[in-house]
Design a protein around this ligand. Structure first.
Ligand code: AMP
Ligand code: GLY
Length: 423
């Protein structure tokens, strides 16, 4: 099969690495890709916003499957355009991608299908939102409705904080994403991520992960796209997985199909495991970054077969096998991230990765043969082990050998899970 992968992050490097292991793969193209992805794929220059150009490439090259990594092209309807042109694509339609693109859409679906989630209200003006917050009290959560690169959410511990967040949204801090605001009850518990494929009718559970969103050790400081992750999530026991499938995923698939937006692609469910059980915080309609990296380290099955089955409504004919090992990834980021940081700083030759280890590239480029950092999150140093402690020790041993003066990483990825193992 000839496959086109869209994207350029650590997530796409992990997907490319795994797709390249498939006996069914003949050629892998990636656009725009990065130097890590280039080890497994032929890089091409396609503008994902120019959907006609993507279709033309797929026709010229007889592409059998397009795998879309990030959410933006999905929300913009790339999967619709490809399907309309007869190209097989892994990823939801724009209408189905509203599950990630609009928090209000998802909350309304939860209400209609009795999916457990925090009680909420949607507001299109500040005065009403503020009156609601004053009535409900804190802690309370304020969210810009649309895509805000993970920055549109304020978990307000005081009413004052919530009122400021409401003003920020309506004053345009998140652009058009904040034109509508969702105010939601605070959920108390442990967070976990759950990944599941869907072909519109059938669900195939993948695996679980936990990530670290804050930039600093001890989960302090500003939010980021994710500073590290591990899989599986210890809090996701087989019972919790089963409840998540029954109470959250299955009604979502039914609800999306009933509404005329059957969901084909991957559900990335952000969950809070509360005293009552799993509750939905949010859906993403693509793999997590860096969660995908740890999932791919543990996947024993053929990724191409699984993604193709999701794209062709044949998920009931495949199954996914996982290693019992733990995988853990440490994100190396440019000093200053998630604020301003220098671009183009040199990275020395990467250390060789041993068995069960892999360094995925995110924001890197090659300039005159020199590897340089071009983004905020730059490398994902990943390792496996029979426990979180073991995977953590291996990942940090490898990270210590990376020669990049302008880079930094957290020193405690996986700390809660390690503490749990030691209890
Ligand atoms: P989101 O962008 O919706 O994933 O929210 C970002 C983060 O805010 C989540 O990962 C949670 O840590 C936190 N969060 C979101 N909604 C809630 C909630 N209802 N209760 C508690 N924490 C939340
Ligand atoms: N790591 C969180 C995300 O991919 O949204």
């Amino acid at each position: 099969m000839k496959v086109l992968l869209i994207g350029s992050g650590g997530r796409e490097h992990a997907l490319a690495w795994k797709l390249a292991q498939s006996p069914r793969l003949t050629t892998l193209f990636a656009s725009p890709g990065n130097p890590g992805i280039a080890e497994h794929a032929q890089l091409i220059e396609l503008d994902a916003e120019d959907q006609a150009a993507v279709v033309a490439f797929c026709r010229d090259e007889s592409i059998d499957l397009v795998v879309v990594g990030p959410e933006a092209p999905l929300v913009a309807g790339l999967a619709d355009t490809l399907r309309a042109a007869g190209v097989t694509v892994f990823g939801p339609s724009a209408a189905a991608a509203q599950l990630e693109g609009s928090k209000g859409f998802t909350k309304d679906l939860c209400a209609r299908y009795d999916i457990p989630t925090g009680a909420y209200r949607r507001f299109s003006n500040a005065a009403e939102a503020k009156a609601y917050v004053e009535r409900e009290g804190a802690p309370i959560v304020v969210k810009a409705d649309g895509l805000a690169a993970g920055k549109g959410v304020t978990v307000a511990m005081t009413v004052h904080e919530a009122l400021v967040a409401i003003d920020d949204c309506f004053d345009g801090a998140f652009g058009s994403a904040g034109a509508e605001v969702v105010v939601e009850a605070f959920l108390d518990g442990e967070e976990a991520s759950f990944f599941c494929l869907s072909d519109g009718r059938t669900a195939l559970a993948l695996a679980t992960a936990q990530d670290h969103k804050r930039v600093g050790d001890g989960d302090t400081g500003p939010n980021t796209g994710g500073m590290g992750a591990y899989s599986p999530a210890p809090v996701m026991t087989p019972e919790m997985v089963e409840r998540t499938m029954k109470e959250i995923i299955e009604p979502t698939i039914r609800g999306m199909a009933d509404s005329g937006y059957p969901f084909s692609g991957v559900f990335f469910a952000g969950l809070m495991i509360t005293a009552k059980g799993p509750e939905l915080i949010e859906y993403n309609v693509r793999f997590g970054d860096p969660e995908c990296q740890v999932l791919m380290m543990r996947l024993k099955s053929d990724l191409l077969e699984l993604l193709h089955a999701a794209a062709t409504a044949t998920l009931d004919q495949v199954s996914a096998e996982w290693s019992d090992d733990v995988a853990l990834t440490v994100v190396m980021a440019a000093k200053g991230y998630p604020g301003t940081y220098e671009k183009g700083t040199p990275i020395g030759t990467l250390p060789p990765a041993g068995d069960g280890e892999k360094i995925f590239h995110a924001g890197t480029a090659l300039r005159d043969g020199q590897l340089v950092a071009t983004g905020g999150r730059v490398l994902n140093v990943t390792a496996t082990g029979s426990s979180v402690a073991e995977a953590q020790a291996s990942a940090y041993r490898l990270a210590a050998k990376v020669d990049w003066e302008n880079g930094f990483c957290r020193s405690d990825i996986g700390w809660q899970a390690v503490a749990r193992e030691q209890r």
